[in-house]
Design a protein around this ligand. Structure first.
Ligand code: HEC
Length: 140
C-alpha cells in the first residue's frame, strides 16, 4: 500500500518538475514544490505510523486467552462426571481412574460413547483437546 502511494507521489512530483520546465514561472514552481514536498513527507510519516500501529496489533492476536479446559469441563461434563470426575452419573466412568490416552479421550469426547453425548458438533477441536487434557488433572 505504502509503496503504491510512494509511486503515485513520485510520478506527480516528476510531472510537476516537467511542468516547471515548461512554464518557467519561478513563484508557481516554489509553491507547488513546497506543496508536493509536504504531501510527500506526510505520506512517509503516515506510512511510518502505520508500521508502528501494526507492531502492537500482532501480540494482541497472540494474547487471545487460552482455552480453559477446566471451565469447559464444569459446564459440559460435570453433569455426569461430577466436578472431580468421580460422580459416575448416568453410568459415566470415573475419570480419575481412567487409563485412556489423550488421543483416545479426544476421540471419545468428539464422537461420544453409549450414553455419553458426542461433543464434536458442540465444542471446537481445540476445546476438546483442552478438556481432554484437563481430565488428566482429575487423576489422584
Ligand atoms: C450425559 C452424561 C455425560 C456427559 C455430559 C459427559 N460424559 Fe463422559 N462419559 C459418560 C458415560 C456414560 C461414559 C462411559 C461410556 C462407555 O464406556 O460406555 C463416559 C466416558 C467418558 C470417558 C472415558 C473414560 C474411560 O476411562 O473409559 C471420558 C474421558 C469422558 N467420558 C470425558 C467426558 C468429557 C471430557 C465430557 C465433557 C465434554 C463428558 N465426558 C461429558 C457420560 C457423560
Amino acid at each position: 500500500m505504502c509503496q503504491i502511494l510512494f509511486c503515485i507521489f513520485a510520478i506527480i512530483l516528476y510531472q510537476f518538475f516537467i511542468l516547471f520546465f515548461l512554464t518557467i514561472k519561478h513563484v508557481y514552481f516554489m509553491k507547488t514544490k513546497f506543496f508536493i514536498c509536504g504531501v510527500f513527507i506526510a505520506t512517509l510519516f503516515s506510512c511510518g505510523n502505520k508500521k508502528e500501529d501494526a507492531t502492537p496489533a500482532a501480540p494482541l492476536v497472540a494474547d487471545v486467552p487460552a482455552i480453559d479446559g477446566e471451565k469447559i469441563f464444569k459446564i459440559s461434563c460435570s453433569v455426569c462426571h461430577g466436578v472431580d470426575g468421580k460422580l459416575g452419573l448416568n453410568g459415566s466412568k470415573d475419570l480419575s481412574v481412567s487409563v485412556l490416552t489423550l488421543e483416545e479421550r479426544i476421540a471419545l469426547i468428539t464422537n461420544g460413547k453409549g450414553v455419553m453425548p458426542a461433543q464434536g458438533a458442540i465444542l471446537k477441536p481445540e476445546e476438546i483437546k483442552a478438556v481432554a487434557e484437563y481430565t488428566f488433572k482429575l487423576k489422584k
